[in-house]
Ligand binder design. Structure first.
Ligand code: NAP
Length: 470
């Protein structure tokens, strides 16, 4: 078989080959505003001749040197690809240029002020306005500032969609030439979604933020009632100073452990759901899908709270109240001329408490590090699962153990239930214990085998027809 050398160009080089082919092709930009000028400058730097189309070619100022400016009608004759750096509200003038735009690629970069502001996307509106032109949506997620300053690291992705494959490819090639990463989003129907992207505000963080904020506020009030209001009402003791250190240092580990439990709870719920349904080919309920999608964010917030707990705990010996209590204890021993004996159970308990805490936090740190894209990209799927799932459950176990050792037998004493409220540490262990128990059930050999088979595609046919056949 004769394989010519031209057929042997590696895939990753095809972009740069195309770039060379396109180097002499002019690109036209309608609009000499912020975006138009920044894009023009970037295109010129990448070797593209740039022509601007403007309402006032004579008055246009601050244009990048090397570019040319004409009226819209003259400018569009000089290029096949035209970027519309104009707001949608000003598209009307394009219908007069309809015949000249026949067969030209019109790139709609526009954004709106609100999500789904118009019934149809800006790109679809444009394609109705100038039906003879080929409309491609793209570049709307890149800011003028990023184009101008060259700091494209944060938003290198360019989402492109359009009905004409070749035109879309041409626009994607231009994006590649600018050092951007084009992502094909499909037909022009996807334009509305693409236009909504820049309006999203931390979409994956919303749910974790709401959960964290709610838990933080709840446990803050809970601790204030137990630690400040109760002693004041019952014994007239002023414990308000606890608001600064002790209460935050109670909230942080409680919320951290609960969030960590919430990271692993959807996974076990999903496994039980698959077991119950006998298939993996049925969609999970929406709430479970959403929950699973934000596990990483939940885990990172849990880690941040755990980290705060570590910092707050490290400074405990420096606190005046701790120092004062120790001094008073020693003074009491001196006064009574007695020595306290080393209690073996307490020694074991405190050592186990700190050991589980340190180990739990260290593995937690490992989880957080491996969730960074730069690290996770270097791992294969099995390695990633091992760290995030297996080590994740070990972290949950160690942190729950740490909490249990801290609480010890306090739950046995009624005096600890202020106004009938259980100590916070008990509440923090509820979800993690549920997760650990369910996980324990899932890893028993017969259940584990069943889940694995279902996840490999095996399906239970029906109640009567087929048994599990393991
Ligand atoms: P801009 O600074 O206001 O520039 C808009 C340009 O449109 C004007 O300079 C003007 O150019 C032209 N124009 C204004 N009224 C017009 C009319 N009635 N008829 C024809 N042309 C008219 O806006 P921009 O920030 O560059 O944004 C332009 C487009 O890019 C918008 O759709 C925006 O959503 C999108 N975008 C902007 C950014 C950004 O960071 N700025 C990022 C992504 C997408 P002439 O005077 O030369 O005609």
């Amino acid at each position: 078989m004769d394989i010519s050398t031209s057929n042997m160009i590696p895939l990753h080089q095809t972009g740069s080959r195309k770039r060379l082919d396109h180097q002499q092709e002019s690109i036209c930009i309608f609009g000499t505003g912020d975006f138009g000028r920044s894009l023009g400058m970037r295109l010129l730097k990448s070797g593209y001749p740039v022509v601007f189309g403007s309402r006032n070619p004579q008055k246009s100022a601050l244009l990048p040197s090397g570019s040319q400016v004409f009226t819209h009608a003259e400018a569009l004759k000089k290029a096949k690809i035209i970027f519309l750096a104009i707001h949608r509200e000003n598209y009307d003038f394009l219908s007069a240029l309809s015949s000249l735009l026949d067969g030209k690629v019109l790139v709609d970069v526009s954004n709106n002020l609100r999500m789904n502001q118009y019934p149809e996307s800006n790109a679809q509106y444009l394609s109705q306005l100038v039906p003879k032109a080929i409309v491609v949506k793209g570049f709307n997620t890149v800011s003028a500032w990023a184009l101008q300053s060259g700091s494209l690291d944060a938003n290198k992705q360019v989402f492109v969609c359009g009905d004409d494959h070749n035109s879309k490819q041409q626009v994607m090639d231009v994006a590649r030439s600018l050092g951007l990463t084009p992502l094909d989003q499909g037909s022009l129907l996807a334009a509305q979604e693409v236009e909504n992207y820049p309006l999203l505000l931390f979409p994956m963080w919303r749910l974790p933020f709401i959960i964290t904020a709610s838990l933080t506020v709840f446990f803050f009030l809970y601790c204030v009632v137990i630690k400040v209001i109760h002693p004041y009402v019952k014994k007239n003791t002023n414990n308000s100073y606890l608001l600064m250190h002790s209460i935050p240092n109670t909230i942080f580990p409680i919320v951290s452990l609960l969030l960590l439990g919430l990271v692993y709870l959807p996974g076990v719920i999903a496994a039980f759901l698959q077991l119950y349904r006998g298939t993996k080919y049925k969609r999970f309920p929406d709430w479970l899908d959403k929950w699973m999608l934000c596990r990483k964010q939940l885990g990172l917030v849990a880690f941040a709270y755990g980290f705060l707990h570590v910092l707050y705990s490290l400074i405990i010996p420096l606190r005046y109240s701790s120092y004062w209590r120790r001094a008073r204890y020693v003074a009491t021993l001196v006064k009574s001329n007695s020595t306290s004996e080393l209690k073996m159970v307490w020694t074991w308990r405190s050592d186990a408490l700190y050991a589980s805490g340190i180990l739990g936090f260290s593995v937690f740190l490992l989880l957080a590090i491996t969730s960074l894209p730069s690290v996770s990209n270097t791992m294969n799927w099995r390695e990633f699962r091992f760290v995030q799932s297996k080590l994740g459950h070990v972290t949950l176990l160690l942190c729950t153990l740490h909490t249990a050792l801290l609480g010890w037998n306090k739950f046995l004493f009624l005096s600890r239930y202020k106004w009938g409220l259980p100590p916070g540490y008990i509440l923090s262990m509820v979800i993690p214990c549920i997760v650990l128990v369910l996980k324990l059930i899932l890893i028993t050999p017969c259940i584990d085998r069943m889940v694995t088979r279902i996840r490999q595609g095996w399906e239970r046919k029906g109640k009567d027809s087929d048994s599990l056949n393991i």
